[in-house]
Structure formats: structure tokens, C-alpha cells
Design a protein around this ligand. Structure first.
Ligand SMILES: *[C@@H]1O[C@H](CO)[C@@H](O)[C@H](O)[C@H]1NC(C)=O
Ligand SMILES: *[C@@H]1O[C@H](CO)[C@@H](O)[C@H](O)[C@H]1NC(C)=O
Ligand SMILES: *[C@@H]1O[C@H](CO)[C@@H](O)[C@H](O)[C@H]1NC(C)=O
Length: 211
């Protein structure tokens, strides 16, 4: 009994220490998602897993339909920094900071439909557990929808979400005409276990709340 009490006191102490470290990291405006990785939600709760992945990833691969002459009409994937909210306050909405000078943004001006992939392979999670990035155990999500500009109502939250997790965005060259955009999600696939991708609706996805 005494041993168990000591054990749980140690666990509590470790949790408090982790929390203190997390708060310390927040104070400095940078967030090492990998170092502070919270546990994966139960895999049968696919909507929660999707929100978890969307919140932990700082970037994703966005596929558009190319307008570049050489590959016109073909799928084109590119890396984008993103954020769905400040650490611990994810909204599920992937926000981007885009410039018309980017190849993919040219595509989006002609056809706003895009799909976005994010994977826990981008964190320490899969490496730590020895999961290959293509393994479904290395949880990843595919979001499909259209990329739209963020309006004034959402602007403060979107900018705060991006700039807290990507501080250098503030210093990106102003002559690139950066604007804040988001993926308006219409379809969600979650690969977090064997047996094929699970489908989650946007309503289920946005309904998830984290404590
Ligand atoms: C801005 O976008 C949000 C989220 O899509 C929406 O709920 C709100 O009605 C929009 N506001 C305006 C002024 O268009
Ligand atoms: C988001 O997508 C839905 C479904 O395609 C569409 O009805 C809605 O107008 C879109 N919202 C914005 C802000 O583009
Ligand atoms: C939203 O969450 C509540 C509480 O967990 C649940 O009862 C409800 O079925 C959920 N709705 C959707 C659309 O997922």
C-alpha cells in the first residue's frame, strides 16, 4: 500500500513537472509538440484521433490541381505550415499563411479544392513506438475541402494560432502579400488502425472537445 502511494505520488509529481514544463514552453511562445506529446486518444474514437493529429501537426502536405503548364491538371502536393490553434486550444480548423507567389496558391485561385494530409510521423510519436509512417498505427488523416480566405470575424484567432506556433511568420517579407486562409473541411479520413480508413464527418470532428 505504502509502495503504491509512493508510486502514485511520483506519478503526480511527474505530471506536475510536465505541466510546469509545458507552461514554461508556452511562455516563450514556442511549442515543442514532440517533447510534450500527450497520449493518443483511444483509437476507436476516430474523430478525437483526427482532432489530436490536426492539433499536434505544425505543417501538412496540401495537394492542389496544378495550373503550372508542364503538369497542368495533375495533382500537386506541397508543404505548408499551419495551425489549428494555440497549444492546447485547437479548433480543428487548419489555418495557413499564404502568398499569391506560391505555386499552390496559383492553383487555388483557379480551383479552391484541395486535400491536406497530416501525420503523427511529423512528431516523435511514430518513431518512439517504432511505427513506419505508412503503418496505420502511425495515425494520419486526410482532409478534403476548399481553401478560403479567413474573414474579419475569425482573423484574430487565426493569426494568433499561426503566429504562436510559427513566430517567424511575422517576419516574412511583406511584399509577398501574405493572407490568412483556412481549409473549409468537407470530408475526413482517419487511418489510425488496421482495417481501412475510417470516415469522420465534419460535424463529428468539430464536436470533439479536449479538456
Ligand atoms: C466569418 O466566418 C465564420 C466562420 O466561417 C462565419 O461563422 C461568420 O459568419 C463569417 N462572418 C462574416 C462577417 O462573414
Ligand atoms: C465550405 O464548404 C461548403 C461545402 O462545399 C460550402 O457550402 C460553404 O459555402 C463553404 N464555406 C466557405 C466559407 O467557403
Ligand atoms: C457531440 O458530442 C456529444 C457529447 O459527447 C454527443 O452526445 C453527440 O452525439 C455528438 N454529436 C456528434 C454529431 O458527433
Amino acid at each position: 500500500m505504502a509502495g503504491r502511494a509512493r508510486g502514485s505520488a511520483r506519478v503526480l509529481l511527474a505530471q506536475l513537472l510536465a505541466l510546469a514544463l509545458a507552461l514554461l514552453a508556452l511562455d516563450h511562445g514556442d511549442w515543442d509538440a514532440a517533447a510534450l506529446l500527450p497520449p493518443l486518444p483511444p483509437r476507436e474514437e476516430a474523430a478525437r484521433v483526427a482532432r489530436f493529429v490536426a492539433h499536434l501537426c505544425d505543417w501538412g502536405a496540401l495537394a492542389t490541381i496544378s495550373t503550372v503548364q508542364a503538369v497542368r491538371g495533375r495533382p500537386f502536393a506541397n508543404v505548408f505550415s499551419l495551425s489549428d490553434g494555440p497549444p492546447g486550444a485547437g479548433s480543428g480548423v487548419p489555418y495557413f499563411y499564404l502568398s499569391p507567389l506560391q505555386l499552390s496558391v496559383g492553383d487555388l485561385q483557379e480551383n479552391p479544392y484541395a486535400s491536406l494530409t497530416m501525420s503523427l510521423a511529423q512528431t516523435d510519436f511514430c518513431r518512439k513506438h517504432g511505427f513506419d509512417p505508412q503503418s496505420p498505427l502511425c495515425a494520419h488523416i486526410m482532409l478534403s475541402g476548399s481553401v478560403t480566405k479567413v474573414n474579419e470575424t475569425e482573423m484574430d484567432f487565426a493569426k494568433h494560432s499561426l503566429f504562436t506556433r510559427h513566430p517567424e511568420m511575422k517576419t516574412w517579407p511583406s511584399d509577398h502579400n501574405w493572407f490568412v486562409a483556412k481549409l473549409n473541411i468537407t470530408n475526413i479520413w482517419v487511418l489510425d488502425y488496421y482495417g481501412g480508413a475510417k470516415i469522420v464527418t465534419p460535424a463529428e470532428y468539430y464536436n470533439v472537445t479536449f479538456q
